[in-house]
Ligand binder design. Sequence first.
Ligand SMILES: Nc1ncnc2c1ncn2[C@@H]1O[C@H](COP(=O)(O)OP(=O)(O)OP(=O)(O)O)[C@@H](O)[C@H]1O
Length: 369
Amino acid sequence: MITFEGAAKLYPDGTVAVDALDLTVETGQTTVFVGPSGSGKTTSLRMINRMVEPTGGAVLIDGQDVRLRDPAALRRSIGYVIQQAGLFPHRTVRDNIATVPLLLGWGRARARARAAELMELVGLEPSQARRYPHQLSGGQQQRVGVARALAADPPILLMDEPFSAVDPVVRASLQDELLRLQEELHKTVVFVTHDIDEAVRLGDRIAVFRPGGRLAQYDSPERLLAAPRDAFVESFVGYDRGVRRLSFFPARELSLREDVVFGDDTAAGAAAASMRGEPWALVVTGDHVPLGWAGAGQLARVPADTALGSLDLAPYGHTFAVDTDSLRAALDAAVLSPAGRAVGVDAAGRVVGVVSQEDLGTALWSVTE
Ligand SMILES: Nc1ncnc2c1ncn2[C@@H]1O[C@H](COP(=O)(O)OP(=O)(O)OP(=O)(O)O)[C@@H](O)[C@H]1O
């Protein structure tokens, strides 16, 4: 557990970087510091490993004031990842990762074996071990940065905007990796970002900082989106917070319609007769793989014995996974579908059923009220 007890940082030029911060970071969880530029997130983070010394109050790790610890030993016991990885340019990937084990006197062979293990853990190919940082992509460099921080298996990992220099696709995959790693490792992670979406995705708890280095709200992501404490937090989390909050509700609970899903060999007339006023039919293969939408008007225009599979179908858009996706994914699929309906699939990609925007609206209303 990391505790900030009235921790403050006043720089000699009069800047109040952090103003009496009281906050507890729980062991084994990911706590995200989020806020606008200059709100004291980095300064607060660096107080944990003594890269910044507080001018007031204290920071404690498991009840012990960090000022009682030797700074170098303290830093070796805490993983630290920064933007653009901060790798040593003249050391290979393997030697970058082995930095702390070598400093701890592990010996070269053991440190390199550990580096190989970590490369696998963060999704790097063994063939990249002898490369230099400039021979890697930005996303790969960040993975090396994470591997290096984890090398000596520190219980605490500090991450200062680690993914902000990579493009959105790579960033999303690095976030996925971190979530996966955290499920396995349960480190005490403190993660700084100014991106609220990243905070909501990664954080068990989120601390929103406001200008002047003050804590505006400290809550679970769900609470933060549901009940921002004041106008500042509300504008910071964004006016689409209602939609983003849907990420916390599983799609599993939606009731999906199966009666408007037809095999591709079904005759148009038979499908039309059983649709009972529904405007769209979803056509699937014999294995229940989605093919596309047939409109009720289209079914009425073609000869009754026309097989649905031979029609010019509207694309079904993207699907949502019934067992693992959230209501947000289902809503997104419905909004993007030309039929205004989302297609729910199982883990093997087979259609389970469909849900319309209207039915989703009712479900959303009942879960989020
Ligand atoms: N060495 C320093 N001397 C004076 N002021 C400083 C110093 N370091 C940081 N500051 C100021 O302290 C305040 C907080 O800075 P900090 O880097 O903690 O903010 P941040 O929330 O992490 O911002 P960003 O998202 O831009 O990184 C800022 O106003 C910054 O200019």
